[in-house]
Design a protein around this ligand. Structure first.
Ligand SMILES: Nc1ncnc2c1ncn2[C@@H]1O[C@H](COP(=O)(O)OP(=O)(O)OP(=O)(O)O)[C@@H](O)[C@H]1O
Length: 298
């Protein structure tokens, strides 16, 4: 019998409390139990302050938990980063403006001792066409793709992206995800934090919906959407019942009473939106008490 693969990520009872500037305490991540298997593409979705960035920081060893455990490929986050098994594209972290794109990738590859990865990282991240451009001349979307190239330099098994498309326009966002999709097709595990429901819907197999530090839904993205949203049926009525003041009321009454179709054209049954799930779940999530936060920080 073969043993199950080591999870890419495993957290148990993961907890993080902070003390704010005014001395009060806040629980940013509350009792997070999460297992992510190799090859999964997982979105951390949630409103501002949900705890997404804090979770990502703990997965990368940038922040120490105040409780619980976190393992990346069966070891500590720090070890996994040092071994080049995990890398990240973070919200913060500057690029050197006077380097070209290629020089930037070369410099990071040299730090990793992986000069042979320069060309493949440039190609994978789709920055080959701008390789000789100065970083300061790159658009926000291009700079994000460059950061993605840097994340690919160690050929990690897991890539963590914290709100990677913030500040990109729709076109750049689309292009970025196309690049990501092509890369993930080879089996890399991808975990990303986002505010954009559409990104989770389009790209993630699994969505972990967070609110106020807790997981409020975790499942196949389509299931999260279907379980918590409502279904909507839309139709286009026949032209003779549409007047300048809208639909003919008598006809609408007839529609309400009728079960059988009444000449309705282009009946469309739309899937429940992830947005409906998001709003339903984040509106009712429990709040962590200030006392709990104080206790964690003692
Ligand atoms: N260094 C810190 N000191 C104090 N409080 C913090 C710190 N970092 C995060 N917090 C608080 O922890 C909570 C979770 O923040 P976090 O940044 O993890 O959320 P997020 O889901 O990533 O939000 P956003 O989408 O706005 O980036 C928030 O209430 C935030 O104010």
């Amino acid at each position: 019998m073969t043993s199950p693969p080591t999870p890419a990520i495993r957290t148990t009872g993961l907890h993080k409390a902070f003390r704010r500037g005014d001395g009060s305490a806040v629980v940013a991540v509350d009792d997070l139990d999460l297992t992510i298997d190799p090859g999964e593409i997982v979105a951390f979705l949630g409103p501002n302050g949900a705890g997404k960035t804090t979770t990502v920081d703990m997965l990368l060893g940038l922040t120490a938990p105040t409780g619980g455990t976190v393992e990346v490929f069966g070891t500590t986050p720090h070890r996994a980063v040092v071994d080049g098994r995990v890398s990240a594209l973070m919200q913060t972290g500057g690029l050197l403006p006077d380097f070209t794109v290629r020089e930037t990738v070369r410099a990071i590859a040299a730090l990793h001792g992986r000069p042979e990865r320069v060309d493949v990282a440039i190609e994978r991240a789709g920055v080959g066409g701008i390789a000789d451009r100065l970083v300061k001349a790159c658009s926000g979307g291009e700079q994000q793709r460059l950061k993605f190239a840097l994340a690919l330099v160690p050929d990690p098994d897991l890539v963590i992206l914290d709100e990677p498309t913030t500040g990109m326009d729709v076109g750049a966002r689309h292009e970025f995800w196309e690049t990501m999709r092509a890369d993930a097709a080879d089996g890399r595990t991808v975990v990303f934090a986002t505010h954009y429901l559409a990104e989770a819907d389009a790209f993630a197999d699994r969505t972990v919906l967070m609110s106020r530090g807790r997981v409020v839904a975790d499942g196949a993205t389509a299931d999260v959407r279907a379980a918590y949203g409502t279904q909507t049926v839309t139709f286009r009525p026949p032209a003779h019942v549409v007047g300048t003041n809208g639909l003919d009321e008598a006809w609408l009454d007839e529609v309400r009473r009728a079960v059988a179709p009444l000449g309705i054209l282009e009946l469309e049954v739309a899937s429940a939106s992830l947005e409906a799930a998001f709003l339903a779940l984040t509106a009712t999530a429990p709040t962590s008490s200030a006392t709990e936060a104080e206790e964690a920080l003692r």
